[in-house]
Write a protein that binds this ligand. Structure first.
Ligand SMILES: *Cc1c(COP(=O)(O)O)cnc(C)c1O
Ligand SMILES: [Zn+2]
Length: 374
């Protein structure tokens, strides 16, 4: 049953076939039965690799890890209500993207691949660069020209070759796709192994709640790597009969770039073309998410919802979160704004989980600019 499967034409390929998309051009998913040995898990170090049997990297010798994961789940009071927040800004590179990068780069090492390409608005590029550095794999990162300086510095310090592309995020993706004709595409949106890493978010939440599912997850969505990972992780736990339900997923987008929110609201079969306006939440401003339909379908299956948040709401949430002692980047504050919008329609006792997705120190110029605008 271990195989790659196309989400468009259902063609299958061996799991160790070094390909990142189907012959038909479709997006690939992974069929793999995750298993959980709760006694063994309890004895292992507190990292995302404690769920070893659930991750399709065969030989331990290939694991590329910096002890990441098992991030604290902390009660934070927002709008007079205590909710549980995963501290995903505490990863080695400062964002949850390390979950995906650790598993994907481990698999890349296992496949014997020596050179990769990736494109991102910053954080995924930093994560892939860091894990490639650790594994001694050559890496080419494509970013939009206006990417935050902190992220650019980080990518270059890890030793990746940096390509700054003029124009939109989509122009950057096109340039990376061209390079992917030569090098393996370590893409966080296309490559299904990335989601085999982000799914550990769900395992950790479940273990931290005493092997129970929460009622509700409130997560950001740009390319949906955290959201689809969480959905996949909770599906694995349900199949393994460890939990009884998949939580309801509330997806948060920025009003100025919310194609999935629109597709959900208007019940569209295709993701509508969107022209991105400027937003504070650059990390979730994805006009054409590769797995858009998958994301909308996952939210629907959990009887969840989409919430769009405005620039003003993001800015207010950023200030409120920092004043509680948590220094997060503006993109991460969009999720907090979504939490605050959701809370009035929650019920008492509902177990709600969200995440601080990225560290504030990555976005110093943006943070300073917000201070100066006061
Ligand atoms: C990548 C990222 C997101 C959004 O994740 P997607 O996988 O694009 O849905 C949110 N916050 C931060 C800080 C990120 O780096
Ligand atoms: Zn196909």
């Amino acid at each position: 049953m271990n195989q790659l499967i196309c989400t468009c034409c259902q063609a299958t390929y061996p799991l160790d076939d070094p390909r990142w998309r189907c012959e038909c051009g479709g997006v690939l998913d992974i069929e793999f039965e995750a298993t959980f040995d709760l006694a063994k898990i309890a004895q292992r170090p507190p990292s995302m690799w404690r769920y070893r049997e659930a991750i399709p990297v065969w030989d331990d010798i290939n694991i590329v890890s910096m002890g990441e994961g098992f991030t604290p789940l902390v009660e934070v009071t927002l709008a007079q209500r205590a909710i549980l927040i995963k501290q995903e800004q505490l990863f080695p590179t400062g964002s949850f993207k390390d979950r995906g990068a650790s598993v994907l780069v481990s698999k890349i090492k296992e496949l014997g691949i020596r050179e990769v390409v990736e494109d991102s608005s910053g954080n995924a590029g930093a994560a892939i660069s860091a894990y490639c550095a650790r594994a001694g794999i050559n890496c080419h990162i494509f970013v939009p020209e206006d990417t935050a300086a902190g992220k650019l510095a980080q990518i270059q310090f890890y030793g990746a070759s940096l390509n700054r592309i003029p124009g939109t995020r989509e122009d950057t993706a096109r340039a990376a796709l061209k390079a992917a004709e030569k090098f393996y595409y370590a893409s966080h949106s296309w490559n299904p192994f990335f989601f085999q890493g982000t799914k550990t978010f769900a395992y950790e939440v479940c273990e931290q709640l005493g092997w129970k599912s929460p009622d509700t997850l409130i997560l950001p969505v740009g390319n949906g790597t955290l959201l689809l990972g969480a959905y996949l992780g909770f599906s694995d736990l349900l199949k393994a009969k460890i939990t009884e339900k998949i939580p309801k997923i509330i997806a948060v987008q920025a009003e100025n770039c919310a194609p999935l929110c629109q597709a959900f609201r208007e019940n569209l079969d295709e993701i509508p073309p969107t022209y991105k306006k400027e937003t504070l939440a650059e990390g979730i401003a994805v006009a054409k998410p590769v797995r858009g339909k998958e994301i909308v379908a996952a939210v629907k299956k959990t009887e969840g919802d989409f919430i769009a948040v405005s620039k003003e709401e993001i800015e207010a949430s950023l200030k409120e979160t920092c004043q509680r002692g948590y220094y997060i980047e503006p993109t991460a504050a969009a999720t907090v704004a979504g939490v605050k919008k959701y809370l009035p329609c929650s019920r008492p006792g509902e177990v709600i989980i969200s995440a601080f997705t990225g560290h504030g120190l990555k976005a110093t110029e943006k943070m300073l600019k917000l201070l100066n605008n006061r």
